[in-house]
Write a protein that binds this ligand. Structure first.
Ligand code: FA5
Length: 337
């Protein structure tokens, strides 16, 4: 009988050893170690043994075998439970490797970079930075800039109007500023000459987007009002700025043009080291009517102003083909700058 018990125990231990799932262990627990399990059933045969000693020895052997099998089942259950949990953790683990070891700091947009560099260059030339609102009055955007009601030049600015009537005002006189020039007026009204300011900012026009136009873009305005300011000061400032911003290989020129708020007026172009000319913006001597609208006596003071497109400058500086690319928010494009 002892041989039979040992054989049953060893067979049970082997079965437990190879069980590879928790429900398999549960089934083995019932079959091997339960009250009606194979080992317990052996007890029924104890009656057939001849001596009390033999019965005692066999009974004890059966109990030890049941305990050994029970212990083996516990151990195997613990192991399989741990393996199952480890497998689940592994399956549900988030793969964070792409975030490890790769610093993912962003950087300023190329138009913001150009804007900040322009401020730096002009501050270096002795200018201060001024600001004005994006929602403007017709008076600041046009009237005070020598473009009275019905002035044909108004038509060149495809204006976006805001559905707002100011207290005591007329409908259709609130608009999104079409250029940064109204900051000239606000600065003259708020401060005494001498004035040396630049005003970078966002402007709006009903322009259809194409390779060189956006309906929302950025300009930087410059205004100088002092005693004895001449066109030579304007040309010298533009040239100093061109070299400081683009590099010593670049040069500038003024070409006669027309703006209602400057007289005389000019377009200014810059020349690349390869000889190409690029148009950057407009400029001129501040019109006496504009100085008057700003509360400044044109007999005592004179000044110059300029305004150009920041987006176009960023485009030229980085050799971007199409201005629209700068606003598609494509990280592969933006990352290059
Ligand atoms: C003006 O807006 C004048 N206020 C500039 C000025 C200021 C002249 C002071 C004299 C004295 P203009 O409409 O040409 O001018 O615009 C100036 C620059 O803005 C252009 O040369 C161009 O670089 C840029 N620009 C104009 N329209 C767009 C557009 N839709 N998208 C991107 N850039 C534009």
């Amino acid at each position: 009988m002892l041989t039979e018990i040992t054989a049953a125990r060893d067979a049970a231990l082997v079965e437990i050893e190879v069980a590879d799932a928790l429900d398999h262990i549960a089934a083995l627990t019932t079959r091997l170690a339960g009250k009606k399990g194979e080992l317990s059933l052996l007890k029924r045969q104890l009656g057939s043994l001849d001596t009390v000693e033999a019965k005692k020895a066999a009974g004890q052997a059966i109990n030890e075998a049941i305990a050994a099998v029970g212990e083996a089942l516990d151990q195997r259950r613990r192991l399989l439970t741990m393996e199952m949990l480890a497998a689940r953790v592994e399956a549900e683990r988030l793969d964070l490797t792409e975030f490890v070891g790769k610093p993912s700091r962003g950087h300023a947009h190329l138009v913001t970079q150009a804007w900040e560099r322009l401020e730096d260059v002009f501050i270096g030339l002795g200018f201060r930075v001024a600001e004005g609102p994006e929602v403007e009055t017709d008076w600041h955007n046009f009237e005070a800039l020598n473009m009275g009601e019905g002035h044909p030049a108004r038509g060149e600015f495809d204006t976006l109007f805001v559905d707002h009537v100011p207290p005591g005002g007329k409908p259709g006189t609130t608009l999104l500023r079409t250029h940064t020039s109204p900051v000239q007026i606000r600065t003259m009204l708020n401060s005494e000459p001498p004035i040396y300011i630049v005003a970078p900012g966002r402007v709006f026009r009903r322009d259809t987007p194409d390779a060189t136009h956006m309906p929302v873009f950025h300009q930087i305005e410059g205004l100088v009002v002092d005693r004895g300011i001449t066109m030579a000061d304007l040309a010298g400032t533009i040239e100093a700025f061109t070299k400081a911003f683009f590099g010593s290989g670049f040069t500038s020129r003024l070409r006669p043009s027309y703006f209602p708020f400057t007289e005389p007026s000019a377009e200014f172009d810059i020349q690349r080291p390869n000889g190409d000319w690029i148009e950057l913006g407009g400029c001129g001597m501040v019109h006496p009517n504009v100085l008057r609208a700003g509360g400044i006596d044109p007999e005592e003071w004179s000044g110059f102003a300029f305004g150009f497109g920041i987006d176009r400058m960023a485009k030229e500086r980085h050799g971007v083909e199409d201005i629209r690319e700068m606003y598609t928010n494509d990280i592969r494009f933006l990352e290059q700058f």
